[in-house]
Design a protein around this ligand. Structure first.
Ligand code: UT7
Length: 322
């Protein structure tokens, strides 16, 4: 059974945090943040607004903006997140309960910034297996709740947001071949700790906040994502020219520029959400998709390469048709 993305919805909290917000809290400035990351502003959720709230609002927006779409028959929900309200119950069951969807399988997956694409890969597999017919795939984060605002190398990066895709069977295949992979040796280079204070037998800071070795992750991301884009093109029998768009996880505009240069893609083929939302982890790819759809860039029939990467380190990529 073939599958397609029938609709996309997103939500970002209303509070805009410009770069200058950090100026009296840490030693930084607007020019450094823009030139080193591409970020102009990001959104922070309210103190009583959590990842499940962002998920529900993204699904509501999907319904409001796609009048032909409803949730009748949704039989599986998968949420990619590393910033859940709580580990249990899952964010997926919160959505199931809010929209009163009976007989719906629910899981959250922890694949960091690759979570949304991992969700698409799972949804494609469930539909191909014939076991499920209507899958909601979300990437949603309230990273501001887990940000160490004393660490100037990471706190300026993160933002909050959510995105959802409805995946359904289709006559023609519109979710094509994928790649997934990981390199757990880099576990301590990007982590959000809980109880344990070791990763791979190495000490980490167990304070419930996000920690990142930015330089190491940056280099890994440019090298690995460039390879993976070429691999995705090869397994889908596509040339770069036949692709309309590339949506790489919006971690840093300089990573996206370096990958574009490495694979020989014009920068305007790369769709991003980093400028206005910062690094929203698993939400960054649907947010970029939404911006590009609303600005008239993405059109039905366009071929788009999606590639998420992040903590683990882990990655997942897929080519889809809009
Ligand atoms: O989403 C998951 C995946 N994550 C990523 O892919 C993130 C990858 N890494 C990055 O995006 C970048 O490495 C950062 C944005 C985190 C840092 O950028 P960078 O160009 O690698 O900066 P750097 O760590 O090499 O630091 C350069 C300088 C340092 O000063 P010195 O040692 O040269 O005197 C830093 O202390 O910039 C300094 N610096 C800052 N200055 C002003 C670091 N953070 C700041 C800051 N404001 N916020």
């Amino acid at each position: 059974m073939n599958s397609q993305i029938s609709a996309i919805g997103v939500y970002a909290p209303s509070t805009i945090i410009p770069n200058d917000w950090f100026a009296d809290k840490i030693e930084t400035n607007n020019e450094w943040i823009i030139s080193r990351t591409g970020i102009k502003e990001r959104r922070f959720s309210e103190p009583d607004e959590f990842t499940s709230d962002l998920c529900i609002k993204a699904v509501k927006n999907l319904l409001a903006e796609n009048p032909g779409i409803n949730l009748d028959g949704v039989d599986f929900i998968v949420v990619g997140t590393t910033s859940a309200d709580q580990v249990m119950p899952s964010m997926a069951t919160r959505i199931q309960n809010y929209f009163n969807l009976p007989n719906t399988g629910c899981i959250d997956i922890m694949a960091a910034c690759a979570g949304f694409v991992y969700g698409l890969v799972l949804a494609k597999g469930l539909i191909a297996a014939g076991t499920h017919k209507k899958v909601l795939v979300l990437g949603a984060e309230a990273l501001s709740k887990f940000t160490d605002f004393t660490d100037r190398t990471s706190c300026i990066l993160f933002g909050d947001g959510a995105g959802v895709a409805l995946v359904e069977p289709s006559d023609k295949s519109k979710i094509f071949n994928c790649v997934t992979g990981s390199d757990g040796a880099y576990g301590k280079d990007l982590y959000l700790s809980q109880h344990a204070s070791v990763v791979n037998n190495e000490e980490i800071v167990a304070n419930g906040k996000i920690h990142q070795n930015g330089k190491v992750v940056f280099k890994w991301a440019v090298r690995t994502m460039s390879q993976k884009i070429n691999e995705l093109l090869a397994i889908n029998h596509l040339t770069l020219e036949q692709l309309d768009w590339v949506i790489l996880h919006s971690a840093n505009l300089r990573i996206i520029e370096a990958v574009a240069s490495e694979i020989g893609a014009p920068l305007d083929k790369m769709l991003t959400s980093i400028e206005f939302f910062g690094n929203t982890s698993s939400a960054s790819i649907p947010l970029a998709w939404d911006i590009a759809t609303k600005s008239g860039k993405i059109k039905p029939g366009n071929k788009i390469l999606l590639l998420g990467f992040g903590g683990g380190l882990t990655y997942a990529g897929v080519v889809v048709e809009a």
